[in-house]
Design a protein around this ligand. Structure first.
Ligand SMILES: [Zn+2]
Length: 209
């Protein structure tokens, strides 16, 4: 099937964005530096309380990594999003929470610091959607391994510059992204500097041979 480009925009370093997609549309998330973690959520347009669920994902697929073979399932165990291309290191975390105000406070930040949790709510808010909690995100480009003893190993990002994931909406959904503002720990690379990512949205070409 052919696709045409609908829209492109920058996901600014440290900020978030939410977009509505119809089933079958695709969204390309590009990581120009390869080091930037992007927290991700998808919500059913029919019921905002049905969303991508990391606990259901791990139970459904018996894995902690999101890959082309493991669609992101919802709180009702329906696939909402599939990865159809992945040129990254192939590591996308399902274990860590979105960074939030309390994490930055515990890291010693005084005053306000942007966070993935706030970015998700800001992005949804721009679409007129409010949610009274923050679901666990899928963390694209974030490398977290589970050691044999069950402890977690937060690894440096391992994708090459320009790596991308191409996501397909499996239902009418809202996708929310946060270009992680973490600049205290090295989850976004040793430089501890968030960088812009890029988003391109595609629709299936219809009506033409
Ligand atoms: Zn974050």
């Amino acid at each position: 099937m052919d696709y045409h480009l609908d829209e492109s925009f920058v996901l600014p370093a440290g900020f978030g964005k939410a977009v509505r997609l119809k089933a079958g549309q695709r969204l390309k998330l590009t990581n120009p530096r390869g080091t930037q973690a992007v927290d991700f959520w998808a919500f059913s347009q029919r019921d905002i309380f049905e969303f991508t669920s990391m606990d259901n994902f791990r139970s459904f697929h018996s894995t902690v990594y999101v890959t082309k073979d493991t669609p992101l399932v919802s709180t009702r165990r329906r696939p909402l999003v599939s990865i159809v291309e992945d040129t990254s290191s192939g590591r996308h975390d399902t274990l860590l929470c979105a960074c939030n105000a309390d994490i930055y406070r515990q890291l010693g930040v005084e005053g306000y610091h942007r966070s993935c949790a706030d970015n998700m709510h800001e992005g949804l808010g721009e679409l007129g959607i409010t949610l009274p909690f923050t679901p666990a995100p899928a963390n694209f480009f974030m490398c977290v391994d589970v050691r044999a003893d069950g402890s977690l190993d937060r690894l440096l990002p391992a994708s090459k510059p320009g790596a991308h994931v191409l996501l397909q909406a499996e239902d009418d959904i809202v996708m929310a992204f946060s270009c992680c503002p973490q600049d205290i720990t090295p989850i976004n690379g040793e430089a501890r500097t968030p960088h812009d990512c890029l988003i391109d949205i595609f629709s299936p070409a219809t009506g033409r041979a």
